[in-house]
Write a protein that binds this ligand. Structure first.
Ligand SMILES: Cc1cc2nc3c(=O)[nH]c(=O)nc-3n(C[C@H](O)[C@H](O)[C@H](O)COP(=O)(O)OP(=O)(O)OC[C@H]3O[C@@H](n4cnc5c(N)ncnc54)[C@H](O)[C@@H]3O)c2cc1C
Length: 543
């Protein structure tokens, strides 16, 4: 039986029979920022996702916070400017979570651009971004050989280094941080809660919901629906009769997580055989190779043998490794579809020039039905999306409090300083002295912000709270206790794959045989630990 005092059950109780200003359908990045900005500005917000939060597209990104250098190829100057500005704001607001990183691009003989020309592009990109990142560089082949010996320079003419940013933890955790802050200021949110139908009754929405982790049916009322269902927005709009000027088409992208390729904390960039840029992106002790861009007809996608072989062949051709990477080196895989926006009228998906499709988002308002639909979008654009959604609901007549900009970002510097002072006084970082791992204080602060203060209390009271709970996973026992109370973890995979990145960086076989896994399940699920462990083991492991 579910624990009636758990965060999720309490939220289900608030949702059931509740009356809200706004119902947000979808807990990916777009739904999450909508919840954060609207509840931060005083609206009564309900947020639901039929899976875990961020368990669809928003867990499959490249984790990059970037202005889209490659979109300059399509002369999308306005989009690049907007994304760069959004990137700059995010870097300022999340100094511990979003890190500036060099993109080190090696250009070979068959590539589309000479290094000097790419250098001009990088300089233009730097200027479009308001010179807020370090100055780009043009590199000779010798330079690359000396600085990144892992790059095979046999065919390389030279290269460039320009700068963007990346999420140090993962995309899904970043998304959850918005949902957590929305709940902190009063939003009612639940994962594994599906909207099954919504109808207009006396000028308001009546929504029927199904609990996918229990047997419960719920209903609630709301003035406005925000359709933030990502790849599924069109189907939802059709279900309640909203027509829109835009619709979604799908582009599949995959990533492979492999042992760390370069010790330098930078992204390696290459053109693949189809002249498309792909990257090697740092993720802790691992590297992530990706991505691809394949048009598909369905939102449900998986990594095929062909995708994997293509990406491995591309990277092996461009690196000087002792032995080439093979499928057995792949620790984890990520796969998703980008929801891209096209006009509803005119050409069918088949006629669209794929490579030229813009990555910009659209927000449409249906004033008759009080529906706001978010088409497309990027993690990088999330603050703009949030602000535009707030404007859209204001246009629909919802009175919001002024935007003080407090609905996003890490806590103030003074709070951060107080945390690190206290951590220093109790010698927190000496608890763990693995040489290749970042100090505990930095890790806890980045992951939990203000909630990390409670962890210091708990570790001070009981030293076992400061011990690792799963081998090689970099998770303390105290983190599990705090996560169990505050992060609405409903299945083991929610914790392993999305609140943490354990499932991405530790091989499945190691997780499954880990001594600590049972304790993790007991802390997270209490009486339901056995059931949740069985469900987890029923998911096929990556062999
Ligand atoms: C391969 C790849 C790489 C990318 N790389 C980057 C990058 O590096 N940087 C960047 O900024 N962006 C990147 N993106 C883009 C970015 O990830 C997406 O645009 C973004 O995650 C989309 O978020 P969303 O909220 O619209 O959709 P989603 O994350 O898919 O969320 C929609 C949610 O709606 C829920 N839902 C649907 N129907 C219902 C229902 N009936 N009831 C309840 N819930 C429902 C779903 O379960 C889902 O969780 C990448 C995308 C891909 C695929």
């Amino acid at each position: 039986m579910n624990d009636p005092t758990s965060l999720r059950e309490r939220n289900l109780d608030r949702l059931d029979g509740g009356s809200f200003d706004v119902l947000i359908v979808g807990g990916g990045i777009n739904g999450a920022v909508a919840a954060a900005v609207l509840s931060g500005r005083g609206a009564r917000v309900a947020l639901i996702d039929r899976g875990d939060f961020a368990a669809f597209t928003s867990q499959a990104s490249s984790n990059l916070v970037w202005g889209g250098f490659k979109y300059l190829e399509n002369y999308e100057l306005l989009l690049v400017r907007k994304l760069c500005m959004s990137r700059n704001r995010l870097i300022r607001a999340y100094p511990d979570n979003i890190k500036v990183v060099g993109f080190y691009a090696a250009l070979d003989e068959s590539g589309p651009y000479a290094p000097w020309f790419a250098g001009l592009g990088a300089a233009a990109y730097w200027a479009i971004g308001g010179f807020k990142t370090p100055r780009p560089r043009v590199l000779s082949a010798e330079h690359i050989e000396a600085e990144e010996p892992v790059v095979n320079t046999d065919e390389v003419r030279g290269g460039i280094e320009y700068f963007d940013a990346y999420l140090k933890d993962n995309d899904a955790r970043f998304v959850f941080s918005f949902i957590r802050s929305a709940m902190d200021v009063g939003a009612a949110a639940a994962n594994y809660l599906e909207l099954t139908s919504a109808t207009r009754v006396d000028g308001r929405w009546e929504a029927q919901l199904e609990d996918r982790d229990g047997e419960r049916s719920l209903s609630l009322n709301a003035d406005i629906i925000i359709n933030a269902a990502g790849p599924f927005v069109d189907g939802l709009n059709r279900s309640w009769g909203t027509t829109t000027d835009h619709r979604i088409v799908y582009s599949k992208g995959i990533h492979l997580v492999v042992p760390r390729i370069t010790d330098n904390e930078r992204v390696l960039a290459f053109y693949d055989d189809t002249e498309r840029l792909f990257y090697v992106i740092p993720m802790g002790r691992r590297s992530v190779i990706g991505t691809t861009d394949t048009r598909v007809d369905t939102a449900y996608s998986e990594v095929t043998d062909e995708d994997r072989a293509f990406l491995l062949a591309q990277i092996n051709d461009r690196l000087d490794l002792d032995s080439p990477l093979t499928p057995s080196d792949v620790i984890a895989e990520r796969c998703g579809v980008r929801p891209l926006v096209v006009k509803s009228s005119g050409s069918s998906q088949k006629d669209v020039d794929w490579t030229k499709l813009s990555r910009k988002h659209e927000i449409e308002v249906d004033p008759d039905q009080s529906v706001v639909t978010v088409f497309g979008g990027k993690l990088t654009d999330c603050l703009n999306v949030g602000e535009e959604i707030a404007e859209a609901v204001s246009d629909l007549g919802l009175a919001l409090e002024p935007d003080t900009g407090t609905w996003f970002g890490e806590p103030a510097k003074a709070t951060r300083d107080a945390f690190f002072r206290r951590a220093r006084l109790m010698k927190l970082d000496s608890l763990r002295v693995k040489p290749d791992i970042e100090p505990l204080s930095e890790r806890l602060w980045r992951r939990y912000g203000r909630r990390a203060f409670d962890m210091l209390d708990a570790i001070e009271a009981d030293v076992s709270m400061g011990q690792d709970i799963l081998e090689n996973a970099d998770y303390l026992r105290v983190e599990l206790y705090v996560a169990a109370r505050t992060e609405m973890i409903t299945n083991l995979e929610d914790f392993l794959r999305r609140r943490s990145k354990i499932d991405l960086v530790v091989p499945d076989s190691e997780i499954r045989s880990s001594d600590g896994l049972r304790e993790v399940a007991e802390i997270l699920f209490g009486d339901r630990a056995e059931e949740k462990l069985n469900e987890y083991f029923a998911i096929p492991a990556l062999s």
